[in-house]
Design a protein around this ligand. Structure first.
Ligand code: CDP
Ligand code: CDP
Length: 213
């Protein structure tokens, strides 16, 4: 059985940057589940759905052709055989819509299934909102990366991205299915006053003490 390191946390807490570095250091595959929700959202918007048409979105998402390719240790999702660009995945339109699409339970069921199937590819560092709580609740390696709302908003604007961090946090934390929570047994790291390297070192230190790294 492959080992899974689960990294969860709110928007712009540093999850992706930390998870990417960990995966590289450990030689695990890196999986960004936020990009999967973003990819489905891009397709939903591109097909012209209104976000209120939950049933139609559910049916459309169940039919989407999703494939996963390994590009240098990073797993990327192809949507109807299309490799979406970072600009498409992180566009203002997708930022504004993704937390609505992520509330549709059929979308979550489909993506959780795909995420679990990725263990067949090897050891994983997987990051998102519900990895330690729902996708891999049995993994012993769970981390929750946090930072204050001000710090997170500042990080996004420094990246030059127009993002509704507070709105997404609210929707993600209050939704009925798989809300953002600190999973049971997770180690919580507040990165507000830490550099990226310091966060990575804290996680690596913990993994070393467990004999994983
Ligand atoms: O990078 P950032 O933290 O801003 O967001 P992301 O990880 O790319 O996720 C985008 C959105 O997808 C989140 O705001 C959630 O609505 C949804 N998401 C989710 O519901 N479950 C996950 N495991 C990952 C993302
Ligand atoms: O994946 P998530 O949305 O949680 O965050 P990210 O995209 O990894 O990080 C957002 C930005 O914050 C990036 O530009 C990181 O370099 C930066 N960051 C930071 O300045 N200090 C940290 N301790 C963590 C991330």
């Amino acid at each position: 059985m492959s080992s899974v390191i689960a990294i969860d946390g709110p928007a712009a807490s540093g999850k992706s940057s930390v998870a990417r570095q960990l995966a590289e250091k450990l030689g695990h595959l890196y999986v960004n589940t936020g990009n999967m929700f973003r990819g489905v959202t891009w397709a939903v918007l591109n097909a012209g759905f209104d976000l209120k048409e939950k049933e139609a979105i559910a049916a459309y998402a169940s039919e989407l052709k999703l494939e996963f390719v390994n590009e240098g240790g990073h797993i990327h999702m192809l949507v109807n055989q299309r490799r979406l660009t970072d600009a498409e995945l992180n566009s203002e339109a997708v930022n504004g819509a993704v937390s609505h699409v992520a509330q549709v339970s059929e979308v979550r069921t489909r993506l959780v299934e795909e995420q679990r199937a990725l263990v067949a590819r090897g050891d994983l560092v997987m990051e998102g909102r519900d990895i330690g709580s729902v996708v891999f609740p049995d993994t012993p390696h769970k981390f929750y990366i946090d930072a204050s709302e001000e710090v997170r908003a500042a990080r996004r604007s420094k990246q030059g991205l127009n993002d509704t961090v507070a709105m997404r946090d609210k929707l993600d934390s209050t939704r009925k299915t798989a809300p953002l929570i600190v999973p049971e047994g997770a180690i919580r790291i507040d990165s507000s006053d830490l550099t990226l390297d310091q966060v990575v070192e804290q996680v690596m230190g913990e993994l070393r003490s467990r004999g994983v790294a």
